[in-house]
Design a binder for this molecule. Structure first.
Ligand SMILES: [Zn+2]
Length: 269
């Protein structure tokens, strides 16, 4: 089974995870900038992180023949300090030309605070000015519905942003419809404890179709499973889906969205 991991925080994983992913059929992994497991104290910390994402992590993945791509931003969890966020956002343009950078992400909201909103708007403006794809993190638990609404409103208010070039990640049953209705892509994050299980994700595909949807593992510092996407493929196989339908959801769909960046290339299969 071939698949793409469109959202994996590989800097938090051990090298054995790369071996397991490639063995399971992973064709490319994409790593949005996120939290490092601790709050960084200065913009210098982010500079080093952006170097890690654009220089060092692609080399670690390449040892197993796996293309590694990335997205850059200061994540919402660390964007309460607007002055720091401004400094970090100022660093991003010089990294955007690097060959594996696909866009701005994962931006969005964590606690839906006023400062997070300001930083979100700054990122959206940067993406618009630089003509970049956008990957959005939506808040968890009870704040998700409100946060998703706020994020969609910010994106729609900027007329330079085209919804088909934005993916709204971590959707659940109560947010997937509004994301798709407004022309955006929706990402379902498969987590063993929170977010969404494989069975729930496949239920959502059955209800809302598989046009502009992808699945990811997000594999990060929390309890998470780097093979969650192929496991969801197995859940689809158990339900009697054809190999072509499974391939479309876990390989062709992410390839279609990510392929909007001319930098995104897959190994010939
Ligand atoms: Zn993430």
């Amino acid at each position: 089974m071939r698949y793409i991991e469109p959202h994996g925080h590989m800097v938090s994983r051990v090298t054995d995870d790369y071996i397991d992913m490639v063995t399971a059929g992973c064709q490319a992994v994409c790593e949005p900038a996120f939290w490092a497991g601790f709050d960084r104290s200065s913009a210098d910390g982010f500079y080093d992180y952006f170097c890690q994402l654009t220089e060092h992590e692609p080399k670690r993945a390449a040892k197993f023949g796996l293309p590694h791509y990335t997205w850059l931003c200061i994540n919402p969890k660390e964007s309460e300090n607007v002055a720091l966020a401004q400094e970090v956002i100022g660093l991003i343009p010089k990294f955007l030309d690097r060959p594996t950078v696909l866009g701005i992400g994962e931006i969005g909201l964590n606690k839906n605070s006023r400062n997070e909103m300001k930083v979100l708007e700054m990122h959206v403006d940067l993406a618009a000015r630089e003509n970049q794809l956008i990957l959005v993190h939506t808040p968890h638990l009870e704040d998700k519905l409100k946060g998703t609404r706020l994020i969609l409103d910010v994106l729609k208010a900027d007329k330079r942003i085209r919804p088909e070039r934005c993916i709204i990640d971590h959707v659940e049953e109560h947010t997937v419809q509004m994301v798709l209705d407004e022309g955006f892509w929706a990402g379902m994050t498969l987590y063993p404890e929170s977010k969404c299980t494989a069975a729930r994700a496949v239920d959502m595909v059955e209800m809302y179709g598989n046009e502009r949807i992808w699945m990811n593992s997000a594999c990060d510092w929390g309890v998470s499973v780097p093979l969650a996407v192929p496991y969801a493929g197995l859940e689809m196989r158990r339900r009697g889906y054809s190999a072509e339908t499974i391939d479309r959801l876990i390989y062709q769909n992410p390839a279609r969205f990510l392929g909007q960046s001319p930098k995104f290339k897959l190994p010939k299969s």
